[in-house]
Design a protein around this ligand. Structure first.
Ligand code: NAD
Length: 496
């Protein structure tokens, strides 16, 4: 099949010219057992990029068996963190060396602005290195000071772990997920989203180049209801990590529960930005307009409810409307574009549907939004939109996952906190104020996993990131504790 990727680098076109691509199981490249494939497309043009294996239960079983074998026999689990660290640093080096290739693959498959895709690839590298460093310093054996006993706790890897990831940050989220697991000595089976399978497959090539033993990293591609469901319900997995929607998260947790497999869920959000009247209006509007258009608003932790103190509400709205109107929507590989397409026709229809439903329930459109056309590109483009009205509105309650923010004025601090916490989700909120005492006070009263001050979408390795309520279960990512999640404790005791 001929790929229609635009301006490809040689390595990108070589990779795509192998279409139909194969999945990566046990260190080998394999098609689906029944030969089925699906097409992955460029959301900026709607054109096909490659055919990819549409795998099912048989293939998933093969991958879990390969990961189990590698855990038991490849020596990976028994290596000292140092020796594993050498191999994982090689993998991080390969990823960094191939950043231009991976970024182009990711940008084309996910509809990401190229510079943002480059940032995602670098983030994978930084995450891998962060967890390697932790693995070098965690004590594997800790003696316990217990009267009358010689007692020790030992930290060991679990075994084969499953990872199901979404399409919005495909490669970055693979990094967040597998890095602590691998550094701790587990083996992994990754199921990328059907909209964005390509960067995960390219990772397989780089794992081979880096000398990671076969079966330590496996990639199975396919649809959620088939490959994803088979992985979630596989009794051979020792842990499962799922990143995606609360609806599918519940299915994955149910399937894992039946096998008593521990599951970590990182789910959606409906974050608030609480904006007090002492802010610099221009700067705050610029930052929030930047956040809501970043990756076309397809960001789980985005601020999608903007709660604005009434005395500055009109001036703030004017600033935001002006900034969002000026956003250049265009093809993701075009350097002039500031916001690319959404990932699929389905996602575009979802965004447009919420504009309609929100309006039908009485929301006012401060900035109309709607489909955007990009000359010569038949992709899935939408314009940024701003809605306003009651917080009971469907567009203020449900996750839209597009460049749409919902504004509501508030009178005082207590009301702002109550409004921000009036949601089923609990991922990330931000507080904006020149009064840092007030900002910290309000930040600490937010019912969510993360509160940011005078910024939104703040990530740093070492700061735990995770959700509560409908936004997540089981721990979070990016911190020292995440590493510990991928080790099991064993106590070894001798009475004296
Ligand atoms: P999704 O839940 O539809 O799909 C996520 C993954 O699950 C995909 O790989 C999909 O193939 C798979 N899947 C689908 N049905 C399945 C099933 N029945 N069994 C097992 N797996 C199945 O989510 P999406 O649309 O890809 O991603 C968007 C969602 O992800 C949003 O809700 C967003 O907020 C959330 N998200 C959360 C975080 C976080 O860190 N909290 C990060 C990114 C995205």
């Amino acid at each position: 099949m001929r790929s229609t990727l635009e301006n490809p680098l040689k390595q990108v076109s070589e990779f795509l010219s192998q279409s139909p691509l194969k999945a990566f199981i046990g260190g080998e490249w394999v098609p689906a057992a029944d030969g089925a494939t699906f097409t992955t497309r460029d959301p900026g043009t709607g054109a096909p990029l490659a055919e990819v294996p549409a795998m099912g239960a048989k293939d998933v079983d093969r991958a879990v068996q390969a990961a189990t074998r590698a855990f038991r026999t490849s020596g990976w689990a028994e290596m000292t963190p140092n020796v594993r660290g050498v191999l994982l640093h090689r993998l991080a080096d390969e990823v960094e060396k191939h950043k231009p290739v991976l970024a182009r693959i990711e940008a084309s498959d996910a509809g990401k602005i190229l510079a943002q895709a480059e940032g995602d690839i670098q983030n994978f590298v930084d995450t891998m290195r962060y967890f390697i460093e932790i693995s070098l310093h965690v004590e594997r054996r800790t003696p316990l000071a217990v009267k009358g006993h010689e007692a020790t706790t030992v930290r060991l890897p679990w075994g084969p772990c499953g990872f199901i990831v979404p399409w919005n940050f495909p490669f970055l989220l693979i990094g967040w997920n597998i890095s602590p697991a691998l550094a701790a000595g587990n083996t992994v089976v990754i199921k990328p989203a059907e909209d964005t399978p390509l960067s995960a497959l390219y990772l397989g090539h780089l794992a081979q180049k880096a000398g990671i033993p076969g079966g330590v990293i496996n990639v199975v591609t396919g649809y959620g209801e088939t490959a994803g469901a088979a992985l979630a319900s596989h009794p051979g997995l020792k842990r499962m990590s799922f990143t995606g929607s609360p609806e599918v998260g519940r299915l994955v947790a149910e399937a894992c529960g039946r096998n008593l497999t521990p599951a970590k869920l990182e789910l959606g959000g409906k974050g608030a930005a609480v904006i007090f009247d002492d802010v610099d209006i221009e700067t705050t509007a610029a930052k929030l307009a930047g956040a809501i258009t970043f990756h076309s608003g397809q960001v789980c932790c985005d601020a999608t409810r903007w709660l604005v103190q009434r005395s500055i509400y009109d001036r703030f709205v004017d600033q935001c409307v002006g900034r969002l109107k000026a956003v250049q929507v265009g093809y993701q590989l075009d350097p002039a574009s500031q916001m690319g397409p959404v990932v699929s026709a389905k996602q575009r229809d979802r965004v447009l549907g919420y504009l309609e439903r929100g309006r039908a329930e009485g929301a006012k459109l401060l900035l109309e939004g709607g489909p955007a056309s990009v000359p010569g590109r038949n992709g899935f483009y939408v314009k940024p939109a701003l809605m306003a009205g009651e917080l009971a509105n469907v567009a203020a309650r449900e996750e839209i996952f597009g460049p749409v923010a919902y504004l509501t004025p508030f009178e005082n601090e207590a009301q702002a906190i109550a409004m921000a916490n009036d949601t089923d989700y609990g991922l990330a909120n931000s507080v904006w104020s020149a009064d840092l005492d007030r900002a910290r006070r309000v930040a600490e009263r937010m019912v969510a996993g993360n509160s940011w001050i005078n910024a939104h979408n703040v990530f740093a390795h070492g700061v735990p990131y995770g959700g509560i309520n409908k936004s997540g279960l089981g721990g979070g990512v990016l911190s020292f504790e995440t590493y510990l999640d991928y080790t099991r404790g064993l106590s070894v005791v001798r009475p004296l």
